[in-house]
Design a protein around this ligand. Structure first.
Ligand code: ATP
Length: 594
């Protein structure tokens, strides 16, 4: 497994509570809140154990009727304890939950900050969907542990230990009876607990399958409906849901049996203790109040042990989640700035050289996407890349953006080897118009401003005009404030492209990388997009993957690619004269127009 591969649920670091230590790094930042949480937790736990003492006083003094003052005192004590218990429990809840929410917010931010800088290679090895679920599901698990399970565990741990000691002091004999049933309970808890854990893990996996299935089919609803596969999809989904249910049923069954056994054992031993305790009360060696207090305290202690067992499995799940998040947090981008990156000047001319490039994608190491590839683009030149699908055209853009590093050769811009610069520094000089326009959920204004965040409203408007997008934007319901859906579905393909072009115009970078959309536009939109593109290309070094005849014809130079290499180059008229790949391609792609 490559170092970058994030483990899935099944491969999660197993049961290592040590992994929870990752959390400490985040919790540590909030020591005052942590201290308060612990303080109130200890107070709340202590009050729980003291309540039976007050009860003991009330029973012993109250029922005998000969010490009314003492009864009142015990009742007052009882109320004070109750008040302290209520207040400290509420405050513990506040601080612990606050910590959970705060820590999870910090973890989410830290993980996202890391993810957003990782190179595409990471997301090829790890499915983005899976990673997003880590960001939401795993962090939610952590939230439940920091914000609740851990405090439940700590409180019950305190009650269990302190209560056991107290019970021994109150009546070693009765405690000895209880202790007899103890090993059986523990052994059962451990064995059955393990089974429950395995089952709940597979139950989670099945639920994830359900999610994946729904995600896939709902995401491609138009294909599903166009092929009239609604019923088929529904039954595939139903199978996934039923599988999840079957596993859940097994888990529930085991848990119910565990619940039966636990309750039977606990209350069975309470009954045994009660029987023996009543003998002691009759013989006078114990007061009725003391017996009641003992039973009550024993019930609290038993409850505490039960809760400990219950949260233990949750702690383990959270440990797995913490481990996986720690892996995400430490994931290293394959594309990094060197220790002392070379700083490029503010303004560059856009002189690009790709020299002797050999490149294979990390996921397809045995297949060269570019072989001994050489290309120089002079400042201000427009170079069109054409070639059959899979020739390597997009790969050239990917390398120029330094999403990957070539295995051999180097890429320089204005004499700077891009591998020696900080990617975020040199990418400032590039502007990309991708084939698929990405529209973010937000207004048209925000979407264009994505090209340069500090652009003023006027600059955005000017860019929109230059991209021939102004008219349709003004005609939209709210003009530039019109909200675009998550995927920009409310505007046409041609309009999207013009927004992408406006974004690139606003960016105003000297090097333009253009992956022309292949989607067929109507003649009117095509003309508008073409005008916008021409405006954009003026005065910039442009490398364009060309699908439009107009772009190809206007290019200063056309590079014909096949199989990861250059097979011909020249202008349109030069190449069209030769009988070769270009002629065949242009006949096919551009029809008889040429
Ligand atoms: P098209 O016009 O269809 O987009 P192209 O000329 O742009 O094709 P590239 O996308 O550069 O071709 O692909 C070149 C080769 O690299 C192909 O064999 C392709 O399968 C492979 N390839 C492209 N992207 C990846 C990737 N992310 N991981 C692995 N292999 C890839």
């Amino acid at each position: 497994m490559a170092d970058n591969v994030i483990r899935t649920e099944d491969e999660a670091p197993k049961g290592k509570l040590v992994k929870l230590s990752t959390l400490w790094g985040f919790v540590r930042a909030y020591k005052p809140q942590l201290a308060l949480a612990i303080l109130f937790l200890v107070i709340a736990a202590s009050t729980v154990l003291i309540v039976p003492t007050a009860l003991q006083g009330i029973i012993d003094k109250g029922f005998s009727g000969d010490d009314a003052v003492a009864v009142n005192d015990y009742f007052s004590l009882f109320f004070i304890i109750v008040a302290v218990m209520a207040a400290s429990t509420a405050l513990r809840f506040y601080y612990v939950t606050w910590l959970g929410e705060r820590v999870v917010a910090d973890i989410r931010k830290a993980v996202y900050e890391r993810l957003i800088t990782l190179s595409p290679e990471f997301f090829e090895e790890n499915r983005p969907g899976e990673i997003v679920s880590r960001l939401t599901a795993d962090t939610t698990l952590i939230q439940s542990i920091v914000g609740s399970s851990f405090s439940i565990w700590a409180r019950n741990f305190l009650i269990a230990i302190a209560g056991t000691v107290w019970l021994f002091i109150m009546s070693p004999k009765l405690m000895a009876y209880i202790s007899l049933g103890f090993p059986v309970t523990i052994v059962m808890l451990v064995f059955v607990g393990r089974r429950v854990k395995t089952l709940s893990r597979s139950s989670q996996d099945r639920v994830a399958d359900v999610g994946a299935r729904a995600n896939e089919s709902l995401g491609a609803l138009s294909v599903v409906q166009a092929f009239t596969r609604e019923q088929a999809e529904a039954s595939r989904f139903a199978t996934a849901v039923d599988d999840a249910f079957k596993i859940a049923r097994k888990r529930i069954r085991v848990r119910s049996m565990l619940t039966f056994a636990m309750i039977f054992l606990i209350f069975g031993s309470i009954a045994a203790v009660l029987y023996s305790g009543v003998q002691d009360v009759i013989s006078g060696s114990m007061t009725g109040g003391a017996l009641a207090a003992f039973i009550m305290r024993a019930a609290f202690v038993a409850g505490a042990f039960g809760a400990l067992a219950e949260v233990y499995s949750e702690l383990q799940r959270a440990a797995g989640a913490a481990g996986r998040l720690a892996e995400l947090l430490s994931a290293e981008s394959k594309i990094k700035a060197p220790i002392n990156p070379k700083k490029m000047p503010e303004k560059i001319t856009g002189d690009i050289i790709l020299k002797d490039i050999d490149f294979a994608y990390p996921s397809k190491k045995d297949q060269q996407a570019l072989k001994k590839f050489n290309l120089q683009i002079k400042p201000g030149e427009t170079v069109a890349l054409v070639g059959p699908s899979g020739a390597g055209k997009s790969t050239v853009l990917q390398l120029l953006l330094r999403f990957y590093d070539p295995q051999q050769g180097e890429i320089t811009i204005d004499g700077f080897n891009v591998a020696e610069t900080d990617p975020t520094d040199f990418r400032q000089h590039l502007s990309l118009v991708p084939q698929e326009t990405v529209i973010f959920a937000g207004s048209i204004m925000e979407n264009i401003r994505y090209g340069r965040l500090d652009a003023s409203d006027d600059e955005v408007r000017t860019a929109a005009k230059a991209a021939a997008a102004y008219d349709f934007i003004e005609a939209s319901p709210d003009g530039f404030d019109t909200m675009l859906g998550e995927r920009g579905t409310r505007i046409s393909g041609g309009q999207r492209q013009r927004l992408a072009i406006a974004r690139a115009i606003l960016r105003d970078a000297p090097v333009l990388l253009l992956d022309e959309a292949t989607s067929a536009l109507d003649a009117e939109s095509e003309k508008k997009v073409q005008e916008a593109l021409e405006h954009l290309m003026t005065g910039r070094t442009t490398l364009v993957i060309a699908h439009r005849l107009a772009t190809v014809k206007k290019a200063d130079r056309i590079i014909v690619m096949d199989n990861g290499g250059i097979v011909a180059e020249g202008t349109h008229s030069e190449l069209a004269k030769k009988d070769g790949l270009y002629k065949r391609l242009s006949d096919l792609q551009f029809g008889d127009l040429n």
